[in-house]
Design a protein. Structure first.
Ligand code: PAF
Length: 280
């Protein structure tokens, strides 16, 4: 696997592959890689001739500087994992390489980017669109792989890709979970063992809520009350939404696909965990 630091070197490598007619798969990441990322890379390797993985901790998508500061940075271990998964190129640019000038572009795709994470973290999706649009323009992949753990992010990126006319397939990949159900996340490394065990209740309760035959409002309350009753967990929001537009629904008949999206504060630091569950 080649580790590439600059955009021009990346383009040179990819030009060589394209001249041979190779298809390109792309997995954008912020590093601190875990099994969830590995599953995206393995899938890309299986479906494309060349796989590029970017490792770039994008400052413009962090509205809280403390969150950026404590985000885990593990480049060496990341590269070892990517090598094992069969990636061909790790693209790990500096901030100055990606943002030689401040990026002043504004993206707006309501309601996908204005609800839930968009409302709680102003500017977050703008930063995601800034960096993903840049990365897609460097890599020009045939397919880009995103984890469904960040369910809302995929909806926003789909809108941006349509808007900017990028020609690629977006491949959403299922959440990878620990055996107790906790969704794999780079932020999990910031939890103590006890907090990790507690955090597994988030998915357990959401899963339970699917089996009870409750209305949308009752399901909402069941999940929020059940999680808030557990010491060390506090729900920031739980929204039951149309799986495509992300607009809230009030009945199970309101949309062909319905998803519950949740953010929970866990522990004393506290660490913000996100997850979702598909109801239909
Ligand atoms: O999902 C992430 O890790 C990031 O938001 C992404 C897509 C790599 C953009 O920085």
């Amino acid at each position: 696997m080649e580790i590439v630091r600059t955009i021009s070197k990346l383009r040179d490598c990819l030009d060589l592959h394209r001249r041979q007619g190779h298809s390109v798969g792309f997995v954008p990441t912020m590093g601190a890689l875990h099994e969830g990322h590995a599953s995206l890379v393995v899938r890309s390797v299986a479906e494309n001739d060349v796989t590029v993985v970017s490792i770039f901790l994008n400052p413009t998508q962090f509205n809280d500087p403390k969150d950026l500061e404590r985000y885990p940075r593990t480049l060496e271990a990341d590269c070892q994992l990517l090598e094992k998964c069969g990636a061909d190129i790790a693209f790990a640019p500096t901030v100055a390489e990606v943002y030689p000038e401040p990026d002043t572009r504004q993206f707006s795709y309501p309601p996908t980017d204005s609800v839930m994470e968009g409302a709680m973290r102003p500017g977050h999706f703008n930063g995601v669109c800034q960096v993903v649009s840049k990365l897609l323009s460097y890599v020009e992949p045939d397919r880009a792989y995103f984890g469904e753990k960040d369910y809302q992010q995929i909806a926003v990126i789909r809108r941006m890709v349509d808007d900017l006319g990028f020609k690629l397939e977006i491949v959403p990949c299922p959440v990878v979970r620990q055996s107790d159900g906790l969704a794999m996340s780079s932020r999990n490394t910031l939890l103590t063992d006890q907090e990790r065990t507690t955090a597994a209740n988030i998915y357990r309760i959401m899963k339970e809520s699917r089996t009870l035959g409750l209305s949308v409002q009752q399901t909402h309350d069941y999940v929020v009350d059940g999680i808030n009753d557990i010491d060390g967990l506090e729900v920031q929001y739980f929204s039951i939404v149309d799986g495509d537009t992300l607009a809230e629904v009030s009945s199970w008949d309101d949309a062909p696909s319905i998803v519950g999206c949740i953010t929970v504060f866990c522990g004393t630091k506290p660490i913000r965990l996100i997850d979702h569950i598909r109801y239909k």
